[in-house]
Design a protein around this ligand. Structure first.
Ligand SMILES: Cc1ncc(COP(=O)(O)O)c(C=O)c1O
Length: 415
């Protein structure tokens, strides 16, 4: 029998997908499940983009590996403004989700990988598949789980002989970057010749409405991944982009060549429809989406803090780290983050992910919750006439979030 390679024999299905499958199983068995595990946008894809997809259903030909030129032009224009640099279609690759493009970029680069702890679940397994060495940069609750220049510098000093790629995601899933120290981080990256992959998939959902990127201070060394999965509710459409500065176009060329031998191109109708995501004004949709998410984040923060759970202040998107160490005593049954999540899932039906899948030490009683178990269309409709969050918004639009949080609080009080 042919053996599985050593470096991947232990790779499991993505933790977020696994918790979703387990939740579905519990539901099938008749248990009510509050889905705070998988982070999928609850909002509908804007109608105008859906209509464009219908119109383009007949597009059947393979598309240029890098992506449709009209779409790449728009992506380049978008990032030129947002990331304050000059990009052209030549700098952009469209792929089947930014996840694949992040993987391909890691694949191409002969380097070690620096990751903040915590980091998004898939960076580490991707690096592991590619036999890359990972170095974690510590963060903690004091800095709201953002990396600090001091910790970044410390890790770099021990690694001055190796080439390095830093992957940063902001705003938080589950960490992020502070808007105030980006310049200092950029200076360290520049000094150490580090390439930064800035994962900006949640940028449009930054509650400030004014996302700031490390590329503003280090454009020549920053690669930007992005896409429609989060701000535009189109995760299942599987489309993402990666944008390289001119200085790093040598990497883009190889990523493109690899793409040509693997996925070929993203589905044609999806690419035609995606043009509308970049050419139509979605300001109101985004303002409302951010307001809704911020409102829910504030609600959860207040409710869980009330019972002594230490919560992260969410900057944008739909995630929050929750530290149960003040309220749960370690025991045989709950000895780490993983057993805490299992216990809460089985007793409360509240699904969340242990901090360990993001690179947090498993012995810490920290979990990540995703607050997306609500009807995004209904939530947007409730906002439509007044641009404000109505009084009874949470009860009307997010009853499962309210009930799930209530149940979790009751459980914490009992334990
Ligand atoms: C931080 C982060 N980056 C990247 C992705 C991948 O998004 P997609 O492949 O849908 O573009 C996700 C999806 O969950 C994410 O949370």
């Amino acid at each position: 029998m042919i053996k599985i390679k050593n470096n991947i024999v232990d790779i499991k299905a993505s933790a977020t997908l696994a918790i979703n499958e387990l939740s579905q199983q519990l539901e099938k068995n008749g248990q009510e499940v509050f889905k705070f595990g998988l982070g999928e946008s609850p909002f509908p894809v804007p109608n105008i983009i859906v209509e464009e997809l219908k119109k383009n259903a007949q597009q059947k030909n393979y598309i240029n590996v890098s992506g449709l030129i009209q779409l790449r032009n728009q992506v380049a224009k978008y990032h030129s403004i947002k990331n304050k640099n000059n990009y052209t279609a030549e700098n952009v690759i469209i792929g089947p989700g930014s996840k694949e493009l992040i993987f391909q970029t890691q694949l191409v680069l002969d380097c070690d990988v620096l990751l903040p702890s915590p980091s998004w679940v898939s960076y580490e397994p991707q690096a592991q598949i590619l036999s890359k060495k990972i170095h974690w940069i510590k963060t903690d609750a004091k800095s709201n789980w953002h990396i600090t220049p001091e910790e970044f510098d410390k890790v770099c000093q021990n690694l001055n002989q190796v080439e390095k790629l830093l992957i940063l995601n902001s705003p938080n899933n589950p960490s992020g970057t502070s808007h105030n120290n980006l310049e200092a981080l950029a200076t360290i990256a520049k000094k150490n010749n580090i390439i930064v992959l800035s994962d900006e998939i949640y940028a449009e959902l930054d509650f400030s409405g004014n996302y700031r990127s490390i590329s503003h201070y280090y454009p020549e060394g920053t690669i930007i991944s992005s896409g429609l999965s989060k701000w535009c509710g189109a995760g299942g459409w599987r489309i993402g982009s990666i944008t390289f500065p001119q200085e790093l176009n040598y990497i883009r060329k190889i990523v493109r060549n690899i793409a040509s031998e693997t996925y070929t191109s993203v589905s044609a109708p999806i690419q035609y429809a995606a043009i509308k995501a970049y050419t139509v004004d979605h300001t109101q949709y985004l303002i409302n989406s951010r307001k809704i998410l911020e409102n829910i984040a504030n609600y959860i923060y207040k409710e869980l803090t009330d019972v002594g759970i230490k919560c992260q202040k969410t900057q944008g998107g739909f995630y929050m780290l929750c530290d149960f160490s003040n309220v749960i005593k370690l025991s045989n049954e709950i000895s780490d983050g993983q057993s805490l999540c299992q216990k809460i899932l089985s007793q409360v039906g509240f699904a969340m992910l242990p901090g360990s899948v993001f690179g947090i030490q498993n012995e810490l009683l920290i979990s990540r919750i995703a607050f997306v178990d609500f009807d995004g269309r209904k939530a947007l409709d409730l906002m439509q006439n007044n641009n404000r969050i109505p009084e009874d918004f949470l009860q009307k639009a997010c009853p499962k979030i309210v009930k799930g949080i209530k149940k979790l609080k009751e459980w914490v009080k009992k334990n």
